[in-house]
Design a protein around this ligand. Structure first.
Ligand SMILES: [Zn+2]
Length: 280
């Protein structure tokens, strides 16, 4: 979740070029499709940010785990562009797709999404636990087919290597984003939500519970709503399938991308979307 895209992108450019350019295979791609310019791989890579764990962060808060993954994402994006089908404006919530298939949990997995909250949050631990309870509660109230379970007994060993939980919630000190998440298709080693707890509780009208709700939307498979053409800005790629009509106030829509909500609250369309994917 980005609070300020413009500031973040300015920081990203200087951080990435110093660290990664020599490692990247640069391909000049000048293809364009539809209404959206297609960036070269170098431009795509330059718009990412390399986190403390060396993961590349694209689209504000979504990870690619190495240059190879970054390249795969780029190829998917540009390949999808060439064959882009622009969805009708009447088609809100959108699910991530991987090679055309919905990126979602199975019915049994969706009912048992266990997580821990690292004790490394220190004095902020209780606040993050509370924000997670609020965020998970938003989705659980929307669908009885989605259930997150907090396992506090694992908080002392709360990393992606802990096989007792589906995912971990861990601290980060980066100020490039407030929090980042993962998708259902992400392998276990990448299944964590990283949170800057100081930023989480100093984000103005964006409440900590709603910010975690946004990240948990990614965990459930939902993409940024503003990648839809109706937003007119902040396009990411076409690897998604619409579940509801476009919703400029969606919890998955960055307000700074022509959004119409200033508090990231969950909308009726978000509720309809999670029900469309997982059931009522
Ligand atoms: Zn996001």
């Amino acid at each position: 979740m980005h609070r300020n895209r413009v500031r973040a992108l300015a920081l990203v450019t200087s951080a990435v070029t110093a660290v990664t350019v020599t490692a990247l295979t640069v391909t000049a791609t000048s293809a364009s499709a539809g209404d959206f310019p297609v960036p070269t791989f170098q431009e795509f890579a330059s718009s990412s940010f390399q986190d403390e764990d060396l993961t590349y962060i694209v689209n504000g808060d979504e990870p690619a785990y190495n240059v190879g993954d970054l390249r795969v994402l780029y190829d998917q994006m540009t390949g999808a562009e060439r064959y882009a089908v622009h969805h009708a404006p009447t088609d809100g919530l959108i699910v991530n797709t991987v090679r055309g298939v919905d990126d979602k949990w199975t019915a049994s997995q969706a009912l048992n999404l266990t997580y821990c909250v690292s004790t490394k949050f220190g004095t902020n631990h209780a606040k993050v636990v509370t924000a997670m309870a609020t965020g998970t509660g938003l989705w659980e109230a929307a669908s009885t087919k989605v259930n997150f379970t907090y396992v506090p007994s694992q908080d002392g060993a709360c990393t992606t290597r802990n096989s007792s939980i589906v995912f971990s919630v861990e601290p980060t000190t980066t100020t490039q984003y407030i929090a980042r998440a993962f998708f259902p298709s992400t392998s276990k080693r990448g299944r964590n939500i990283l949170v800057n707890a100081t930023s989480l509780y100093n984000s103005g009208s964006w409440t900590p519970g709603n910010i975690m709700g946004h990240e948990l939307g990614h965990v459930l498979g939902f993409r940024h709503e503003h990648t839809r053409p109706e937003a007119g800005t902040c396009f990411e790629d076409n690897n998604w399938r619409p579940l509801t009509p476009y919703d400029s106030a969606s919890i998955m829509h960055y307000p700074q991308c022509n959004g119409t909500s200033n508090d990231l609250s969950m909308t009726a369309s978000d509720i309809a979307g999670v029900r469309a994917l997982y059931g009522n």
